[in-house]
Design a protein. Structure first.
Length: 267
């Protein structure tokens, strides 16, 4: 049985899935953006709600007890909706610049894209970045040969991840159904939950993504046992979020889909 017999569309996330090994760009932008408001957050805190729309991510961060406490110390009050809007506005150019600087395709991503297209599947994408944040990243990805047919960005649906609306929008505009014939590929727990909510066959990406949260070089520098432990932990988190299948990298996707039993893919 070929992939086209089972699936019509694959929807990829961007940072940590197809580009930006380790999903570092949004973390750096968040740390810098909060620092500009006098609030220090660490990378682990910034990663906690990764995958959500950036405005939802900021709201979640400001509700974290340590972050809320730091905000009160710095500003003498609780944060409010105007603060969220100001932070999101500040993050816009930061996210755009960091995303552009981390636009190199993850090893094997271009080959996976080409193999899916050659197999007759359509390829779309979605992201927690806004469309403005995505413009330089889209251009640099295209230079490397990655041009998905469709893109849904943060703010273009009434709700972002983990709601299924971004996937629904892509499927409506591409005319693809049923959702069981759609594969959603994402490195974040929110993105996996989105795929599950939509009824897609959902694939989590462990080693290159937010759940491990290390650059390729930093991951490779770990002792083998520690590297394996971190990847296994990430796999467990993605499976707990509902992933039907977890792979280390998008380079593994086509082979993993081919060996996945059809009865599982139709479930």
């Amino acid at each position: 049985m070929s992939l086209k017999d089972r699936f019509d569309l694959v929807i990829f996330d961007w940072a940590g899935t197809m580009v930006d090994f380790g999903c570092e760009a949004p973390v750096r932008a968040l740390i810098e953006g909060f620092a500009a408001d006098g609030v220090v957050i660490d990378a682990a805190t910034a990663r906690r709600d990764m995958g959500k729309a950036k405005i939802d991510h900021v709201r979640s961060l400001l509700q974290e007890p340590p972050v809320a406490a730091a905000w009160r110390v710095r500003h003498g009050r609780e944060s409010n909706a105007a603060d969220v809007d100001a932070m999101v506005a500040r993050l816009g150019p930061l996210m755009r610049d960091y995303a552009a600087g981390a636009a190199t395709l993850i090893a094997g991503a271009r080959q996976t894209f080409d193999r899916l297209r050659a197999a007759g599947l359509r390829v779309a994408s979605s992201t927690g970045y806004t469309r403005d944040m995505m413009q330089p990243l889209l251009a640099r990805a295209a230079e490397q040969g990655y041009v998905p047919e469709h893109l849904v960005c943060s703010g273009e649906t009434p709700a972002g991840r983990p709601s299924p609306l971004m996937i629904y929008k892509a499927c409506v505009e591409l005319g693809v159904w049923p959702l069981s014939r759609v594969v959603k590929v994402d490195d974040s727990e929110a993105g996996v939950e989105e795929g599950v909510a939509a009824g897609c066959f959902t694939v989590g990406v462990s080693a290159s993504g937010n759940t491990v949260g290390l650059s390729r070089e930093a991951l490779a520098a770990l002792a083998p046992d520690e590297r394996a432990r971190r990847i296994a932990d990430a796999e467990a988190r993605l499976k707990a979020a509902g992933a039907d299948l977890v792979i280390e990298s998008v380079a593994d996707l086509v082979q993993a889909l081919r060996v996945t039993p059809a009865r599982v893919a139709r479930a």
